[in-house]
Write a protein that binds this ligand. Structure first.
Ligand SMILES: *Cc1c(COP(=O)(O)O)cnc(C)c1O
Length: 357
C-alpha cells in the first residue's frame, strides 16, 4: 500500500530522487563505485558540489556577492555560528524574534556571546502567531528571525525592512516560495525538512557582512574557512549533498520556485479549507500567519481521537501526530508532498465527520 508521508522531519523526498540516490549508492556516474566510497575531491564529487551550489543560486535568484555552503552540525550549529561570526567582540548586540522552540534555542546560544534584544515574542500564546509591529534598532549587529515555525505551524509572510544584516532560519520552508532572497544577508537551513537527508546544512551568506566581528572564531565555526575551501575544508557530508542536489534538480526541472509555490499554496489552501469548514476540527495557528508547510490542527472532541487515528492509519497516512508542545495533529506538506496525498487526508477528515460527527 502507498504510504502518505506527512512527517515533519526528516521528511518526504520526491520518488525519483530516492530512486536516483539509491542507484548512486550502488554505482555512481557509471564508475562502478559507490557515491559514498569515492574521494570527495574526485572530479565526480566536486561536480556534484558545484552543481548543488549553482542550483541554489539559480533557484533563489541570488545576485553576485553571496557564498553558498554545505556544512554539518544541523541548523542547531548555525545558532552558535551566526552569533560567533556576526556579533561584535566588544559590546556585541543582536535582535531576535521569538516565534517558537527553534527561535528560543537560537536566542539562548546568541546570549553566550553578546546582548540579545528579543523584539517580539509569541510565547504568551504558545507561539500560535507571528509578532509584528516591532522596530529593529539600528545599532544591533544583526536581526535574526525564523521564517517557518515547524512545531507551531506559523510562517512569516512578510519580512521587515531594516538597515542591519538580516539572518533567517529557513530550515522548514527553504525553496517553498518565490520571493526576493537578496533581502537576506544570511540564510541557513538543515537539509532534512525540505531539501534532502539529514547531515547537511545549507548556509547562504553575503560575503560583505563577514570579517567584522573582531572575534577569534574556532576554525571550523568560521564561515570564511568554508568559503575559502568551497565547503571542502574537511570531508563534506557527501550523501546528503548529493541527494540535496538531486532535489534541487527536480525543483529546477519542474519550473523552480514559481511552480512549487503554486503547488504548495494549492495544497495548503485545500487543507486549511477543510479544517475551517469541518466542524470536527479546529486550526491552531492564527489565520494570517498560517504555514504553507506545517498545518497544525486539533480535534474538537478529543474523545474521538482513537477513531480518527484508526481511520487515517487505515488510509496509509503516516506522521501526522502533532508535536507534544501543541498536541493534536500536524500535517507537514513540504515541497515533495504530492497533491494527491493531501486529498487523501482531506477525504479521511470528511468521512470521519460523516460517520462520527
Ligand atoms: C528542525 C529545525 C531546526 C533544527 O535543525 P537541526 O538540523 O536538527 O539542528 C532548526 N530550526 C528550524 C526552524 C527547524 O525546523
Amino acid at each position: 500500500m502507498k504510504v502518505h508521508n506527512f512527517s515533519a522531519g526528516p521528511s518526504i523526498l520526491p520518488d525519483e530522487v530516492l530512486k536516483q540516490a539509491s542507484d548512486a549508492v550502488k554505482n555512481f556516474d557509471n564508475l562502478n563505485l559507490s557515491l559514498i566510497e569515492i574521494s570527495h575531491r574526485s572530479k565526480n564529487f566536486v561536480a556534484v558540489m558545484d552543481e548543488a551550489t549553482a542550483l541554489v543560486k539559480k533557484l533563489l535568484n541570488l545576485p553576485e556577492g553571496y557564498s553558498v555552503l554545505f556544512l554539518q552540525g544541523g541548523a542547531s550549529m548555525q545558532f552558535t555560528m551566526v552569533a560567533q561570526n556576526l556579533l561584535k567582540a566588544q559590546n556585541g548586540k543582536a535582535a531576535y524574534t521569538e516565534t517558537g522552540t527553534w527561535a528560543s534555542k537560537a536566542i539562548k546560544e546568541a546570549k553566550l556571546f553578546g546582548d540579545v534584544n528579543v523584539l517580539g515574542s509569541s510565547k504568551d500564546k504558545n507561539f500560535n502567531y507571528i509578532p509584528k509591529g516591532y522596530t529593529i534598532p539600528s545599532d544591533v549587529d544583526y536581526f535574526h528571525c525564523t521564517s517557518n515555525n515547524t512545531i507551531f505551524g506559523t510562517q512569516m509572510h512578510e519580512f521587515p525592512d531594516c538597515d542591519v544584516p538580516v539572518v533567517c532560519d529557513m530550515s522548514s520552508d527553504i525553496f517553498c516560495r518565490n520571493m526576493d532572497y537578496s533581502k537576506f544577508d544570511l540564510i541557513y537551513a538543515g537539509a532534512q525538512k525540505n531539501m534532502g537527508p539529514a547531515g547537511a546544512t545549507l548556509v547562504i551568506v553575503k560575503d560583505e557582512i563577514l570579517g567584522k566581528s573582531g572575534r577569534t572564531i574556532p576554525t571550523m565555526l568560521d564561515y570564511s574557512t568554508h568559503i575559502k575551501k568551497e565547503s571542502m575544508f574537511n570531508t563534506p557530508p557527501v550523501f546528503a549533498v548529493y541527494v540535496s542536489m538531486l532535489t534541487l534538480r527536480w525543483l529546477d526541472k519542474n519550473g523552480g520556485l514559481s511552480w512549487i509555490e503554486k503547488r504548495n499554496r494549492e495544497k495548503a489552501d485545500m487543507l486549511y479549507n477543510e479544517i475551517d469548514n469541518n466542524p470536527m476540527f479546529v486550526g491552531t495557528a492564527a489565520k494570517e500567519d498560517r504555514s504553507l508547510m506545517n498545518v497544525t490542527f486539533l480535534l474538537n472532541d478529543e474523545s474521538k481521537k482513537e477513531t480518527f487515528d484508526a481511520m487515517w492509519k487505515e488510509a496509509g497516512i503516516s506522521g501526522i501526530n502533532g508535536h507534544r508542545d501543541v498536541g493534536g495533529y500536524r500535517a507537514s506538506i513540504y515541497n515533495a508532498m504530492p497533491v494527491e496525498s493531501v486529498k487523501i487526508l482531506i477525504d479521511v477528515m470528511k468521512s470521519f465527520t460523516q460517520k462520527h460527527g
